[in-house]
Ligand binder design. Sequence first.
Ligand code: SF4
Length: 311
Amino acid sequence: MRQPDNYKRLIEEILTLKNDKNYMILAHNYIIPELQDISDFTGDSLQIAKWATKINNDNILFLGVDFMAETLKILNPEKNIIVPTKNSTCPMANSLTPEIIKEYKDKYPDAPVVLYVNSTAECKALADYTCTSSNAVEIVNKIDSDTILFGPDKNLGRFVAEKTGKKVVVIPGETGYCYVHNRFSVEDVKKAREKYPDAKIMIHPEAPEEIRSLCDYTGSTGQMMKFPEFEEADEYVVGTEIGMIHKLSKTFKDKKFYPLKEDAICNNMKKNYLKNVYFSLLNEEHKITLPDWLIEKAKIPILNMFKLMEV
Ligand code: SF4
């Protein structure tokens, strides 16, 4: 098997394979810059899945983690979706299981289940609605119930409770969090304020409440992409995975972006790299497959979310 031996050549080989085999490359915002630069579309998981429904191309190489590839498949079941590795997963999504959801449903039989899109297809199949970090507050506000079962991110759940005033029961509870965002500390914010006194600090709602309260703006990656457009500040500290720095810097060329924490790195996102992307296209592997029943069931809460967004 041929093995491209240098970086530039590897990129050329990837682009040649992509064109010859007629693939589109879709990448999450947290993917390494080199791969963002050769992707046809970058965004958050839901933006990617929705974008894919609008393209004619049947072959997609997706760069992200497994629950995102599943969502892409659920919304585009007829498309051929491949990923460079099946080992790129999300510990937060995996912290919630169908058994835990059933347990809580027994305790709160009248409470609708709202799951963050960062959840497995099996869990989505048991939910009433999904939400993203951009629309979680809006979705929960629009649901006609004062008590909501919400998972798997406890920090996003608490953010939603704070903004909606509803009783939000977080499932699975203390063990549901993103290890990248949950690690931001008060010390990180203090240091950033000292180092960049004129900068606005943006933070993701997956970060703990005590950190959010010290920052200037709380928003999803999609919302962070819009925030600098309407602000006069020239500098921003970015409290999310460091992959966002590349995208923000490319979009707002006259502004400066600094990570809140240099090592805010999602190791699973970084399991997508040039060499396995090359082999993925070469061998057209690894295909995402889900049973039809699961696609049908998991699609319902996603479509319910879309419907609520239109109201
Ligand atoms: S950044 Fe956090 S939530 Fe996103 S895939 Fe990585 S571990 Fe999961």
